[in-house]
Design a protein around this ligand. Structure first.
Ligand code: BTN
Length: 244
């Protein structure tokens, strides 16, 4: 079943709107906008959201899972976006763990997952996705690291087609995930798209910055790295991974 869609020409942020609407709409729903005036990125950054060049959308879901499993929804979202791009553009994007999607090492999509919980567990999860589709120019601070589907593939594809394919693949993988409530079945699929695998990454954690080699993910979605001979689990939110 495709979720109910709320479409806006212009909105502050589809994530912010979805958070407000989640208290009023009991089912899953998708907020889509042509432009955002206050698009939000991770770590309090802003997300440049020019009119008609990108996809700005937020999917609100209500899976019956415990709090510590919520971060896996980000990984499932990233896989769904890759599936949609591969299907429509015949190119295989890669995921920079946990939630950036890159083509030719340039970021073309970011994901901002937010949630609300109470004593009974998760009330809802909002998976916010920004995809650079037709952009040909970028703000100065990201112009060396960002790109768009058009620039990397030379192809123009209807944004609605990308959205519907991504939503379809998202629910397909969510169903698989819910069978075991972990990444055990999806692990190899995710790893096949993982840009970091076998490569050196910089881990930033409260104790400082150190290099490590990314080995893959475990069934909880944590990144497994080899740091100077020690195998470590990196949990989303605790550290960020630089490199590539
Ligand atoms: C990142 O920092 O990489 C995450 C960017 C997420 C941007 C999307 S655009 C749609 C949704 N609404 C927002 O305000 N942010 C997310």
């Amino acid at each position: 079943v495709f979720p109910k869609i709320l479409y806006f020409n212009s909105i502050d942020s589809t994530n912010t709107y979805a958070k407000k609407a989640a208290d009023l709409i009991p089912s899953d729903f998708l907020v889509v906008a042509d432009t955002q005036t206050l698009g939000r990125g991770r770590l309090g950054r802003s997300w440049s959201s020019p009119s008609s060049t990108g996809i700005y959308m937020s999917l609100c879901i209500r899976p019956n899972i415990s709090l510590e499993k919520a971060s896996m929804i980000t990984l499932i979202t990233a896989m769904a976006i890759c599936d949609a791009i591969e299907e429509l553009y015949n190119i295989s994007p890669l995921i920079k763990w946990p939630n950036d999607i890159v083509i030719n090492s340039k970021k073309i999509c970011g994901i901002l997952t937010e949630m609300s919980c109470d004593m009974d567990g998760i009330k809802y999860i909002i998976s916010g996705v920004g995809i650079n589709v037709y952009d040909t120019e970028f703000p100065d601070d990201i112009k060396d690291t960002a790109s768009s589907l058009l620039l990397e593939t030379g192809t123009k594809t209807d944004r609605a087609k990308i959205i519907s394919s991504a939503i379809y693949h998202f629910y397909e993988d969510l169903d698989t995930f819910m069978q075991t409530e972990d990444m055990s079945i999806l692990k190899s699929k995710y790893e096949s798209r993982l840009a970091n695998i076998g490569r050196e990454v910089m881990i930033l954690d409260p104790k400082g910055e150190y290099p490590a080699t990314a080995l893959g993910i475990d069934e909880t979605g944590a990144l497994i790295v080899n740091a100077n001979g020690k195998i470590k689990r990196i949990i989303s939110g605790e550290v960020s991974v630089r490199g590539i």
